[in-house]
Design a protein around this ligand. Structure first.
Ligand code: NAP
Length: 412
């Protein structure tokens, strides 16, 4: 590895293995917290140095995810303050970006599985391999040391170089463009763990699966994973155009949640409020009826892939099949989700939290992409100075169906 003072313009490439001291990055600072379109700005910052088991990657393209909408807003977590509280030496800025494709540019002294020049995609979870819980056998993604790179951790992919742990590198699917390769890992591996990581509630041949936000990042991946595993994906969306997207990906049926018969979204009325509860049940039963029509059977979903949270959990718990699972990875619409416990215990349903994925699950999802079973569903590619615009669209739920990417060092 060599290094030097020259700052490389976007579109200009240093010799392989040459690491400049500075780089361009799309940066959030706490004084800009607020609407994503204004929170990100391109700045010149230092290039991070890889530790012994770390890798420096020349970023070709980066994926857009909801987590950096939260980072830009500065809520529910002020990621810069949280890091600086844990370690005052941390910089007073955040470089987001939890998905990337790129080229390994430098490796630490103990790295053995990748080498300079390898074309890779990056997964977003890192952890301390020596953490006591991991040493005691915990799944690393459940470790108290687990962090999301480009969100909880700094030096994400909205920059010319990014720094990751070695096990975050996976082979880039050879047939994909840099942009498509950058778009799928975070949502794909999250959906994969939700659907395949919680035995015995994993997708089996003929299992109907309810997928909220079917045209979103998670949903687009989930539809394809369920289909590839022999299940029956049924998606929920909020517009006709989004229905079309889900059918193209392989959904057996799609429900439009804006149907006026569904009057029940949001929190449950108190169970002592008989009238309010009956009214809620009317809307929920209309949804259940639509589900049965679309599936062609009265069986409930064996798995409900949840992420909206507050607005949908009461419905998810009601419609889920006996001994089925509601598996949730977010609370996009709110965190105070009501559960009518009667359905949970009497019908022996499982409400399971799930967060990203471990390295094996990332590898299994990546293999499905390499095999052509899962398409990244890349909808739109943005220029590097449009990081804020892409996140603003996502914040306003006006982004196109599927996954979005940013060109960093890749040329248009
Ligand atoms: P996305 O592409 O924006 O998709 C979210 C979808 O949710 C939208 O397409 C929208 O579809 C649907 N939605 C919005 N409001 C809704 C409501 N009131 N009721 C039902 N559906 C609603 O986002 P994503 O990338 O799929 O991520 C979704 C959430 O999961 C985010 O909060 C993200 O931070 C989280 N997430 C967590 C993890 C993790 O590891 N824990 C990983 C990935 C993502 P319609 O309007 O068409 O219904």
């Amino acid at each position: 590895m060599t290094s030097g003072k020259k700052l490389y313009a976007l579109g200009e490439t240093p010799p392989l293995g040459h690491v400049p001291e500075q780089m361009y990055a799309s940066v959030i600072r706490s004084e800009r917290y607020g609407q994503p379109r204004d929170a990100f700005q391109i700045e010149v910052v230092e290039v991070p140095k890889p530790g012994p088991k770390q890798v420096l990657v020349w970023v070709m393209a980066a994926g857009i995810n909801y987590n950096n909408v939260w980072a830009a807003l500065g809520t529910p977590v002020d990621v810069i303050a949280a890091r600086r509280k844990a370690s005052p030496a941390e910089p007073a800025f955040h470089i987001g970006g939890s998905d990337a494709s790129g080229i390994v540019w430098a490796v630490g002294s103990q790295v053995s599985k990748v080498k300079v020049g390898d074309e890779v995609v990056l997964s977003c979870a890192s952890w301390d391999e020596n953490a006591p819980d991991i040493q005691a056998g915990a799944d690393p993604i459940t470790s108290t040391s687990a962090r999301i790179w480009g969100y909880e951790e700094n030096w994400g992919s909205f920059a010319q170089f990014t720094r990751v742990d070695e096990y975050q590198c996976h082979p880039k699917p050879p047939k994909l463009s840099w942009e498509a390769a950058a778009a799928y890992m975070l949502v794909g591996a999250t959906a994969y763990r939700q659907l395949m990581g919680w035995a015995p509630n994993i997708v089996k041949e003929g299992d109907p699966v309810l997928i909220w936000g079917g045209s979103g990042g998670l949903g687009s991946m989930a539809i394809q994973i369920v289909k590839a595993k022999g299940g029956i994906p049924i998606a929920v969306v909020s517009s006709e155009g989004r229905m079309e997207h889900c059918y193209k990906l392989g959904a057996k049926g799609v429900i439009n949640r804006t149907d006026p018969a569904f009057t029940h979204w949001g929190r449950l009325p108190d169970t002592s409020d008989a009238e309010g509860y009956a009214e809620w049940m009317k809307g929920a039963n209309a949804f259940r009826k639509k589900w049965s029509e679309v599936l062609g059977s009265r069986q409930g979903p064996r798995i409900v892939l949840e992420h909206p949270g507050e607005s949908t959990i009461p419905t998810s718990v009601l419609v889920c099949d006996n001994a089925g699972m509601i598996v949730i990875c977010a609370g996009t619409t709110g965190y105070n989700a009501d559960v009518d416990l009667r359905y949970l215990w009497m019908r022996q349903k499982r409400l399971q939290g799930s967060h990203f994925a471990n390295a094996e699950q990332c590898g299994e999802l990546n293999d499905m992409v390499i095999a052509g079973q899962v398409d990244p569903a890349l909808s739109r590619t943005f220029a590097f100075d449009e990081v804020g615009t892409a996140h603003q669209l996502m914040h306003e739920n006006t982004h196109p169906p599927g996954n979005m990417a940013i060109r960093v060092n890749a040329l248009a």
